[in-house]
Design a protein around this ligand. Structure first.
Ligand code: NAD
Length: 475
């Protein structure tokens, strides 16, 4: 297992002596010690990226694309190993981890195809005085900061389009789950990306890391995935050098069930939207608005289905929900549940942390939750489903939009016209209409409001890592 820093194509111990301990959240055991990057190491990584970037940008698009395609194949060929690493440091069930590897790798295949199709424009000025040519060079050196909930995919969703467009990158993976990032870098090195195009420097001092990286002359862009709170800090700091930013931030998704919905499908979709990856996703259904006519039945069925999910180590093939990332996460989730009960909700399932080693919280369903209770305003990031009955569609939509977040929403109804109309009224970047999963490398992933700026994936994703230049000329 790689435990050093990856800078300029070499593995190195780093300039400091500190180590970061990585814990298995299912057992609370320390599974690795890795080098703790210092600000000097971050600077060295920026220098290495700066040295590599122009040469990489000048590499023909087809050659860049072939390397991306090779990366897809190589990651897929290492699915078992990568998935096991993800389960060990994050805790999610093995099936979800394997799904994450497929999703992570697919960003390389998709962007291999986009790399050779970056398009510009040619036109005539309206006055007729001249022609213009518009094209899209790479931004330069990109700093990437990623969260722990998808240790592989949150990196590749940025890295693949950034490399495809001709940028060099410096990555800070999450302190909680950095091992997958290091192994992915190792595999990409085997594929043959040039030294310095990809640099990975984990650190326990993220603020100091970002301060030096954002101030480095070659760094022109920050691509961040994480909480809105940290995103705001990075935006403020990025303003000092007017860095380009893409921000993939927190969510608080409403999941709407109309009276005419197929309740079997709605419960199935609810389980997908709530429970995938141990319920620690930014797209997770956070508030279930259910027509009062079917709220009791939906709640009962959801409680039965969530009650059947086995909680345990992600390595056990029967596990449907692994541990949370930390003891603190369990405490925060439990606080939200207790707060909702104090506000008048009733418990349909679960409701207390499990008394065993590891950071486990059981699938929990809360009935008759009051809109405005803290559990409806916070991002739960755990296996808790609060059900809020509604009687008036307009009031419900106002409540669904009563949040500064706007990442994802879900609608279940048998009437497509109603479903589309409701989807359009939800202030969120992504909607699942009779579907519990929305993520796909071919689609633009991202949020409205304080859930983010910019998009990842789709054709839009690669252009985020490009500048726009036009040349006015005559011939
Ligand atoms: P976080 O914001 O705490 O941390 C994200 C990353 O930022 C980590 O690498 C962390 O070390 C780093 N960081 C923290 N403080 C920093 C600072 N001052 N300067 C520089 N870097 C700093 O988020 P998390 O707990 O790792 O992840 C969960 C959050 O991520 C949730 O809010 C979730 O919704 C969000 N998320 C969003 C998306 C999306 O695509 N919109 C995807 C996954 C997760």
């Amino acid at each position: 297992m790689r435990t050093e820093l990856f800078i300029g194509g070499d593995w190195m111990p780093g300039s400091g002596s500190d180590q970061i301990e990585v814990t298995n959240p299912a057992t609370e055991a320390v599974i690795a010690q890795i080098a703790d990057g210092t600000p000097d190491d971050a600077l060295a990584a920026c220098d290495a990226a700066a040295a590599a970037q122009l040469g990489w940008a000048a590499t023909p698009p087809r050659e860049r694309a072939e390397l991306l395609r090779g990366a897809w194949r190589h990651l897929i060929d290492h699915t078992d190993e990568l998935a096991t690493l993800i389960v060990t440091e994050h805790g999610k069930p093995m099936a979800d981890a394997r799904g994450e590897v497929a999703y992570a790798a697919e960003f390389f295949r998709w962007n291999a195809e986009e790399t050779v199709r970056l398009r510009g424009e040619i036109g005539i000025a309206p006055s007729g005085a001249n022609r213009f040519i518009v094209h899209h060079p790479p931004v330069g050196v990109v700093a990437m900061i990623t969260p722990w909930n998808f240790p592989a995919a949150m990196i590749t969703r940025k890295l693949a389009p950034a490399l495809g467009a001709g940028n060099a990158v410096v990555i800070k993976p999450p302190r909680e789950a950095p091992l997958t990032a290091l192994r992915v870098a190792d595999l990409l090195d085997e594929v043959g990306f040039p030294p310095g195009a990809i640099n990975v420097v984990p650190t326990s001092t993220s603020g100091a890391w970002f301060d030096v990286v954002a101030d480095h002359r070659a760094v022109r862009m920050v691509s961040f995935t994480g909480s809105t709170e940290v995103g705001r800090l990075l935006l403020k700091k990025s303003a000092d050098r007017v860095l380009k930013t893409v921000m993939e931030l927190g969510g608080n998704a409403p999941f709407i069930v109309c009276a005419d919905a197929d309740l079997n499908a709605a419960v199935e979709g609810a389980i997908v939207a709530k429970m995938r990856h141990s319920a620690e996703t930014c797209t997770a259904a956070n508030r279930f608005y259910v027509d009062a006519a079917v709220a009791d039945e939906f709640t009962e069925r959801l409680a039965i289905a969530m009650g059947e999910i086995k909680v345990g180590s992600g390595l056990d093939p029967d596990t449907g929900c692994g541990p949370m990332i930390s003891a603190q996460a369990v405490t925060e989730i439990d606080g939200l549940v207790k707060g909702a009960l104090e506000d008048g909700a009733s418990l349909a399932l679960g409701g207390s942390p499990l008394d065993r080693p590891g950071f486990f919280y059981p699938p929990t369903v809360l009935a008759d939750v009051a809109h405005g209770s803290a559990i409806t305003t916070a991002e739960i990031f755990g296996p808790v489903a609060p059900v809020i009955p509604f009687t008036d569609i307009d009031d419900m939509i106002a409540q669904a939009n009563d949040t500064e977040m706007g990442l994802t929403g879900y609608v279940y109804t048998d009437d497509l016209a109603v479903g589309l109309a409701l989807s359009e009224r939800i202030q969120a970047g992504m909607i699942g209409l009779n579907r519990g999963a929305v993520s796909d490398p071919a689609t633009p992933f991202g949020g409205m409001k304080q859930s983010g700026l910019g998009r990842e994936g789709s054709t839009e994703g690669i252009y985020e890592f490009c500048e726009t230049q036009y040349i006015a000329t005559n011939w």
